[in-house]
Ligand binder design. Sequence first.
Ligand code: URA
Length: 240
Amino acid sequence: MSKMSLDRILQSQGFGSRKYCRELIAAGEVSVEGQPVDAWKTAFPTEGLQFTVFGEPWQVRTHLYLALNKPADFECSRKPSHHPGVMRLLPEQFGWRDVQSVGRLDHDTTGLLLLSDDGAFIHAMTSPRRHVPKVYLATTAAPVSPQLIEQLLHGVQLHDEAGPLRALSCQEVDESRLEIILEQGKYHQVRRMLAAAGNHCVSLQRIAIGPLSLASLGLDEGEWCYLEASQVEALMQTGA
Ligand code: URA
């Protein structure tokens, strides 16, 4: 198993520059596997290494795979302009590690958002060739009707799209709510499809991506969690 000096380990995990990490270690703010370590040159096998910084526990992770229950009024953009960015909801270190959202939700859409610093994972989840299904719960202004469902399943033409876009599945939940599954991830797609079908989306929540449901994660709005290796694996196999 490969070994790495403690300053490099901390830097790789997003704790700041090498110089700053050495200062943290020299100041006695870092423990490894329960033991304080104040020499930055001390090397450790990195895999799964447990350490604390300022008493807070961490584990070495080569890549980060996260799920967030996104609240409304947060932007997914890396340079948010009108609302705070979702990175504000995560530990600061994750920003240093270049964690990004996997695709985007509108600022007023809530629900399941994946984030990662693994480019291959982000690509696999967002590539149009993979058809990863995303499940949304849309609240509509006008009542849900069989005609609305028929239109969404049959396909609606949006401006700037070559052909009609259709939902993979569309089911009435109650008279003003619709569960809609899309394979594509076009800009404002659910809202634009509902508008094109003569209705209006009042609120939108993403409740699942492929095999991963928001309900199974048990996250309150604004909460995040690490994904288990098996969850990442199941996502990677979706639509492949
Ligand atoms: N479709 C939308 O219209 N908005 C989202 O945030 C996601 C899908």
